[in-house]
Write a protein that binds this ligand. Structure first.
Ligand code: ZN
Length: 357
């Protein structure tokens, strides 16, 4: 078990669950009665006095391969109007990936990493930008880490945070790993979101975009060798009270695969998973969501552990059997602007629905 577990960890994921999840194929009649069923189940479950956090519950459920509950969305997340669907400029976003990939491999502490930092901030001129910079002490030595935060104020009290990492893997620095999907797509979609948010008066929550650093392991994925940037940021935001203001946190990672299948991450907050699915349904792209389920270790975990409603929007099946993930084959020819558009628009629509709650 140990070796398998470690290998899986090194891949940053635990694909603990098998293929299609039957529970996700919910007949219409069951959907209609789901709230009642959930209520009935909950009233028996409560007597067991479960004290586990949502994250622990999800992990336990995943490892035991228990059937997923038919998650009934909170009734107040339903769209209250049929306003126009958000639309990103996916060609421009795809162009960003091309430009980022052109910098080459960009692990923490490298010259190329510095170039990408400058590339990101050069696209945020005039925006309210903050750094969360520090030195990470790792098994490979000390590295400078820099999370870049852009803030777009809204009229509602509360913050929606969208995270995406821009670093590539230190252990892969000599194999020509450019991370078009892993690191490139997340950086690009956030740059496109900045275009979308800039210069507009937001009639909703404030939105903060965070280009996270040090998401990848410097040697082998573990709780202490990974997520350097977000572990620091979550701790900082816990101390200064920011965490309490966060209404929802989205992580975008590996979202541009031409063969797009967003996973249903069992470490994510169930009502946020449902909200994103509803948002996808509004534009008829839900067939790209949740055909698989599994527990993801990603930038959302430090926030999940602190009780922040969080979701990892990720497609962790990159090439047949995930063969392109963390290899020199993670290149732009595997990606599609349409995938960026589907995911980019869906998350924006989910935020629009949150704003109206
Ligand atoms: Zn990765």
């Amino acid at each position: 078990m140990g070796d398998t577990g470690k290998v899986m960890k090194a891949l940053k994921m635990r694909k603990t669950l098998g293929p299609i999840h039957d529970s996700l194929r919910v007949p219409l009649w069951l959907r209609c009665f789901a709230p009642l069923l959930i209520f009935m189940l909950a009233s028996t479950a409560c007597s067991k006095g479960s004290s586990s956090t949502p994250a622990e519950g999800a992990k336990a459920g995943a490892s035991a391969r228990a059937p997923e509950p038919v998650a009934a969305p909170p009734t107040d997340t339903a769209p209250t109007d049929s306003g126009p669907l958000p639309q990103i400029d996916s060609k421009r976003a795809f162009q960003y990936i091309q430009e980022i990939v052109a910098f080459g491999t960009r692990p923490m502490g490298s010259e190329n990493h510095k170039k990408v930092e400058n590339y990101i901030t050069s696209h945020l001129k005039g925006d309210q930008v903050e750094d969360d910079a520090f030195t990470a002490d790792t098994v490979e030595g000390k590295f400078p880490v820099r999370n870049i935060i852009a803030k777009y104020p809204g009229t509602k009290d509360g913050i929606i945070v969208i995270l995406g990492h821009y670093d590539t893997n230190y252990p892969l620095r000599n194999i020509g790993f450019v991370g078009a999907n892993d690191g490139g797509s997340s950086t690009a979609i956030l740059l496109e979101y900045a275009n979308h948010l800039r210069g507009k008066k937001r009639d909703g929550y404030s939105v903060w975009l965070v280009w996270t650093d040090g998401e990848e392991a410097v040697r082998q994925w573990s709780d202490t060798d990974s997520l350097y940037g977000t572990r620091h940021l979550a701790e900082k935001w816990e101390k200064d009270g920011t965490l309490k203001k966060i209404k929802a946190l989205f992580v975008m990672d590996m979202i541009a695969d031409a063969d797009l299948n967003i996973d249903r991450d069992t470490n994510s907050t169930p009502w946020l998973l449902d909200l994103v699915y509803q948002a996808a349904e509004r534009s008829g792209v839900q067939s790209h969501f949740y055909a698989r389920a599994g527990a993801m270790d990603d930038d959302h975990l430090p926030f999940v552990k602190r009780g922040v409603p969080s979701i990892d929007v990720i497609d962790l099946d990159y090439g047949y059997n995930n063969v392109f993930h963390h290899t020199a084959q993670d290149t732009i020819d595997k990606l599609s602007p349409r995938s960026l558009e589907i995911v980019g628009n869906t998350v924006l629509e989910a935020i629009r629905m949150l704003d109206r709650r």
